[in-house]
Design a binder for this molecule. Structure first.
Ligand code: NI
Length: 257
């Protein structure tokens, strides 16, 4: 059985078959999905899905794209939802200087505020970063100084060296569909370099569909292709790989505690 550590099943692209798809997950080898919010609306949708289905857990937070919509009341709402049993993380949060959908100063401000919120609530964080590698690194390094930051760099696209720096700070590294792409040399290097007890796997569905389904809508069962690729790259069995990534995901998000 597999865990998809990062999915967006509340996305409109699942509107026509969401319940059917979620109900069929276990029969298709996926035992747990962490559904990730990206703004207040999708965070609340994430909690609703988690409360409807035993095998779904929720992360809540505001993505850098929506940083311009955040104010202090947003943080208060997140704080109150964070107390629910099925909420296991704050995320996804971070910096995105590729799209720049929100001003960078606001992205930084609300990233830092949400890192602090997670530490205050003793929840792990799910971090998104794109074209903002150095600033993300500096902010996380500062937040991790007190030893209280836990979390994962989702769909990690940096180098193996940077991955190891994050691991030293106590964070996990998660890989998704891109590791299966033929041209993703750096991702494949990361898949080989990250210690097995620090690695997570994910789909980020409906985005980033792995080979051999690239171009179609992504879904949690496709996490098996991510697992298969990484196991092959590392020269270990699929079972060894998934046993480790399942344990890491449960440990990080406190599932079964
Ligand atoms: Ni995502």
């Amino acid at each position: 059985m597999l865990i998809d550590s990062h999915a967006h099943l509340d996305d409109p692209r699942f509107d026509n078959d969401r319940d059917k798809l979620i109900n069929s997950l276990k029969n298709n080898g996926v035992e747990i999905v962490i559904n990730i919010g990206a703004d207040l609306q999708t965070s609340i949708a994430s909690v609703a899905l988690a409360e409807k289905y035993d095998h779904i857990y929720a992360a809540i937070g505001v993505h850098p794209h929506s940083a311009k919509e955040v104010d202090n009341s947003t943080i208060e709402v997140l704080k109150s939802f964070a107390k629910r049993d099925k909420v296991v993380a704050i995320g996804e949060i971070g910096l995105d200087y590729y799209y720049d959908n929100s001003p960078r100063d606001l992205q930084r401000k609300w990233f830092i505020e949400q890192l602090n919120l997670a530490k205050e609530l003793d929840l792990p964080v799910v971090i998104h970063t794109r074209e903002a590698q150095q600033e993300t690194f500096d902010i996380i390094k500062d937040a991790a100084k007190d030893g209280k930051l836990r979390g994962v760099l989702h769909c990690f696209s940096g180098s193996p060296e940077i991955a190891m720096e994050y691991i030293k700070m106590g964070l996990y590294i998660s890989l998704g569909g891109p590791v299966t792409f033929k041209n993703s040399r750096v991702s494949k290097e990361v898949a080989k370099a990250v210690p097995l007890d620090k690695l997570l796997i994910e789909t980020d569905c409906p985005y980033l569909t792995p080979e051999p389904h690239r171009g179609k809508r992504n879904e949690p069962v496709f996490v098996k292709y991510v697992a298969g690729t990484i196991a092959e790259l590392r020269g270990i069995t699929y079972e060894e790989l998934t046993k480790a990534t399942n344990k890491n995901t449960r440990d990080l998000f406190g599932i079964d505690k």
